[in-house]
Design a protein around this ligand. Sequence first.
Ligand code: 13P
Length: 334
Amino acid sequence: MNLTELNGIATAMVAPGKGILAADESSGTIKKRFDAIGVESTEANRRDYREMLFRSREAMSQYISGVILYDETIWQAAGDGTPLVKLIESSGAIPGIKVDEGTQALPMCPGETVTVGLDKLAERLKKYYERGARFAKWRAVIDIGSGIPSMTAISVNAHALARYAALCQAAQIVPIVEPEVLMDGDHDIDRCYEVTSRVLNETFQELRVQRVALEGMVLKPNMAISGKKCAKQASVEEVAEKTIRLLKACVPAAVPGIAFLSGGQADEEATAHLNAMHKLGRLPWGLTFSYGRALQAAPQKAWSGKAENVAAGQNAFSHRARMNGLASKGEWQS
Ligand code: 13P
């Protein structure tokens, strides 16, 4: 493992003014997104849509540091035969790959899951590296509800995240470690804070046990935020203040960068939260976005599967990327 190089990549992923485009929706998830805009989820349509994003020159060269791809996409080529990975590289962004294989029910723990995909991961990482991937992503999912999460779910997911992260670093790939505490549910922000704190502490404990170099990784957490169905929604300032307090308490300064998931927040809300965090003073790590929905909802709607809407889709994507780029420096204004 060359840690200096891994640290350089991780640092570039969270460079001020830039963030990560999470375009790694599984076939099932992208079908849901396409259903919402009346587009059939064929391989060609998925390719055309992602090609539109990756050819958005302004967004990709100025505000996007890296793109997380799904397995299908990393092997696809654009309409003119250029591999999509090459389109991303030529804009100056770093290609990355989602390597987990989704969640499975966790035995003995009703309603909880564990993320799978460790089998043959070392071999898969080697192929992805050869194709150009320089970072990877693995998402663990923790749900808040009555009696959950259990310590079992937190522990097995943290263990798998650390196993994945160590395998990535051995393959000279920067791991994005994503322990997502879902914002579905009616819990308040303090319950989210408390659960996320337990999840992050357990995750870093496992990373240390499994000898993952913190200098060569990026953390992708949820924010401390009210559950979607909670009657009392925390303000932007409260989300920013509690999220930063939580991260300072749980994330060692050796970690070069933190890049948030949007998790179902409205587009502008996700931007406002990141911006407000940067208003709170200097931080020990780079802090930016790794948004899926909050970057893509607008371009998906503008595009709606029609070739004549490609420019409109690219404009919508560039706008959200620019706004989040500004927020990553605390310079966004509503
Ligand atoms: P959202 O921003 O839509 O939550 O997606 C980010 C992601 O990569 C989740 O794994």
